[in-house]
Design a protein around this ligand. Structure first.
Ligand SMILES: NC(=O)c1ccc[n+]([C@@H]2O[C@H](COP(=O)([O-])OP(=O)(O)OC[C@H]3O[C@@H](n4cnc5c(N)ncnc54)[C@H](O)[C@@H]3O)[C@@H](O)[C@H]2O)c1
Ligand SMILES: O=C(O)[C@H](O)COP(=O)(O)O
Length: 630
């Protein structure tokens, strides 16, 4: 199979993520005082040669002199390189094993460290073409074999000439010398490999660019480890999502674009067109109109708790899964609420402001302890319940009100009505979800019902509170203070002024929606959400999806997986199974879950199947989305 094709791979920055001689320098120069300076010189020489800006052989001689390396350093180097094989190369080990006769490594690096790395991938020793070191009696590296053409300028061209490969030759590499093979007419195609390093001069010249090995394999119809190259799947991350999320997506080879702030509807309509995975936080509104423009969208990640900013129902009907991070920032919100309860009880912010203005106002007036005070929690969900436990630990008496029956934690007492809670609580704190039915949950009537001198907190959603009513309750002295983290309108970015009637009021803490903005929370979210989304993409798993029927699937093992999303109307499952039966497809496992609107069917089938069945499955009436994994 494909016997007349040869795949030529570069080693440094292609097979591995790094330049091996740079790494060797890190080891051999470890004890040198001017190590950084020398390493920089080595790096510049490498880059200059790789970009085709200087003589390769001269550069190599200089680099080896600067390195002051010894044979004993090579074992350590090999151990490092083993860990630094490019991600997509590592994923596709099976390709190298299957095509061992046709894969050649052509490198101006050195066999002493290349062979141990590539042979672990089934690449044959006779197919590794590289330089060899020369050592002195003490094992110091003093040079290289001058008779090897690969140490010379245009060395790769000379080598390919010598090899005289008869058949199609494909070259994959990051450097100018790799491109030169094609330029010299010795290769049919050159792919600039950009997974580790993008060299503009090389990319400009290249007819093909491969951000991952999968792109190369896909374009050449060769077997690969994934169903579809991830670099063809575009991820758009908005609102300054934590960089760890970018790293996780990058690790699987996705094409990622990040935007620091939120986008408005029109901007998002334009940007979402070719996006498959969209990541947002609480600010971005994913409306039905946005979704109309999202013709490739598979999944939305809310890198926060709230999902009220997303048209969930429209997503469901379009077969778009939505995931959030339901617990990752809970603790951060609770800690902020607790801190604010104490700060308001002692009027700390006003006192601190005065001190900054030089006013020494020592007095106990209006300051109280929180011990034994009654805390009324409205919305006893993940945040409300955790606040309940910690507030009790500070000696507060906790009361809560929720629209659904909840497990009472510790000594917390349930109120049957909101009115009951409002009449008894010294502190009222809102932790309800942001569903539209909670709009203006708190207005004049609710503030009127609160105890005189009570304190109010809202860290849930802005639209839950009527701001003018809160302002009135504060100005009239009905409330002793408030802390507000969320607002009906919030600035789109840090460059926009915050305009709100609460500004300037005494004993009112205003924070810019930072309840969940801690390092810990953002790191947790940046791991949680991408993991869910990538599991969905890779296996079809919808466990913990906000809108989809939740299915936790087994790993895909030596099978194809057909993923069928359809409108929940009678007969679709029967149609799927009839199509499979007609085409004599052997079903290894089938999983179905529905909700009121959609059906989600996963069918694992034998590796051998006729492509006809795929086209039949796509055409089944009421199909929303269909994809196949292998
Ligand atoms: N300020 C921030 O940075 C920040 C951070 C995280 C979460 N949040 C917001 O905090 C809120 C709570 O988050 P959570 O994770 O605890 O949500 P959750 O869904 O676990 O809990 C919400 C609770 O509120 C109850 N509820 C809903 N409507 C109610 C009503 N009208 N009266 C009484 N109870 C009602 C629900 O039954 C549920 O128990 C959400 O609005 C979320 O978006 C804000
Ligand atoms: O829903 C949430 O988790 C909070 O409102 C935090 O949202 P943010 O990520 O936009 O700060």
């Amino acid at each position: 199979m494909n016997k007349d094709k040869y795949f030529i791979l570069d080693f440094d920055s292609t097979f591995t993520k790094v330049e091996a001689l740079d790494e060797l320098g890190e080891i051999s120069l470890r004890d040198e005082q001017n190590k950084e300076e020398i390493l920089q010189q080595i790096k510049e020489l490498t880059d200059s040669a790789m970009n085709g800006n200087s003589s390769f052989s001269e550069g190599l001689t200089k680099r080896l002199q600067l390195l002051k390396a010894n044979r004993k350093h090579l074992q350590e180097l090999i151990a490092i390189l083993q860990e630094k094989v490019s991600d997509s190369i590592h994923r596709n080990k099976a390709f190298f094993e299957e095509f061992a006769d046709q894969v050649l490594i052509v490198s101006s690096g050195f066999k002493e460290f290349i062979l141990p790395i590539v042979s672990a991938y089934g690449i044959k020793e006779e197919n590794v073409h590289a330089n060899t070191f020369e050592f002195d009696e003490q094992g110091n590296i003093i040079g290289y074999d001058p008779d090897n053409v690969l140490c010379q300028d245009k060395g790769k061209i000379k080598l390919l000439d010598q090899l005289g490969l008869s058949g199609d030759v494909y070259v994959l590499g990051d450097g100018y010398t790799d491109y030169e093979i094609k330029e010299a007419g010795l290769a049919n195609k050159f792919y600039a490999f950009t997974e580790n390093v993008v060299r503009d001069k090389v990319v400009e010249k290249a007819e093909h660019v491969a951000p991952t090995l999968e792109e190369f394999l896909y374009q050449n119809k060769l077997p690969m480890a994934v169903s579809y190259p991830k670099n063809r799947i575009k991820v758009l991350l908005l609102e300054g999502i934590h960089p760890n999320a970018v790293e996780l997506f990058k690790l699987e080879g996705y094409q990622i674009e990040t935007v620091p702030g939120a986008l408005n509807e029109e901007e998002l309509c334009n940007q979402v067109k070719d996006v498959s995975i969209l990541g947002i936080r609480s600010k971005t509104q994913v409306t039905a109109k946005v979704l109309e423009h999202a013709n490739r969208l598979m999944s939305i990640g809310a890198f926060c708790i709230g999902t009220n900013q997303i048209a969930l129902d429209t997503c469901l009907k379009a077969g778009i899964t939505v995931f959030n991070a339901p617990f990752s920032n809970t603790r951060s919100v609770v800690e902020l609420a607790l801190g604010e309860i104490i700060m308001l009880s002692r009027r700390i912010f006003d006192k601190s402001m005065k001190m900054h203005q030089g006013v020494w106002d020592k007095s106990a007036a209006g300051s109280i302890e929180v011990r034994d005070k009654k805390l009324g929690i409205v919305g006893y969900g993940n945040i409300g319940a955790q606040l309940s436990v910690l507030a009790e630990a500070m000696g507060m008496q906790v009361y809560y009100y929720d629209v659904v029956e909840k497990l009472q934690l510790g000594n917390a007492r349930k109120c049957e009505t909101l009115q009951e809670l409002l009449q008894l609580a010294d502190f009222v704190t809102l932790h309800v979800d942001g569903s539209p039915s909670n709009t203006n949950l708190f207005g004049k009537a609710e503030f009127d019902a609160m105890k005189p001198g009570a304190v109010f907190l809202n860290l849930s959603r802005g639209h839950v509170v009527e701001i003018p009513a809160l302002v009135e309750a504060l100005k009239s002295g009905k409330l002793a203070g408030a802390a507000v983290d969320v607002f009906p309108y919030e600035p789109a970015s840090n460059n926009e002024e915050f305009v709100n009637e609460l500004r300037g009021l005494a004993n009112v803490i205003l924070t810019p929606h930072i309840g969940g903005s801690t390092t810990e929370a953002q790191e947790n979210i940046a791991r949680f959400v991408p993991t869910r989304i990538m599991q969905y993409i890779n296996t079809g798993n919808t466990y913990q999806s906000v809108n989809f029927p939740n299915i936790q699937l087994p790993e895909l093992n030596n099978a194809h997986r057909l993923i069928h999303i359809h409108a929940n109307v009678p007969g679709v499952l029967a149609n799927i199974n009839n199509a499979l039966a007609r085409n004599e497809v052997n079903i290894l496992g089938q999983y179905l879950k529905t909700n009121e609107q959609i059906g989600y069917v996963i069918t694992d089938i034998d590796k051998a199947y006729d492509k006809q069945v795929v086209s039949e499955l796509r055409k089944i009436p009421h199909t929303i989305k269909f994809r196949i994994l292998y």
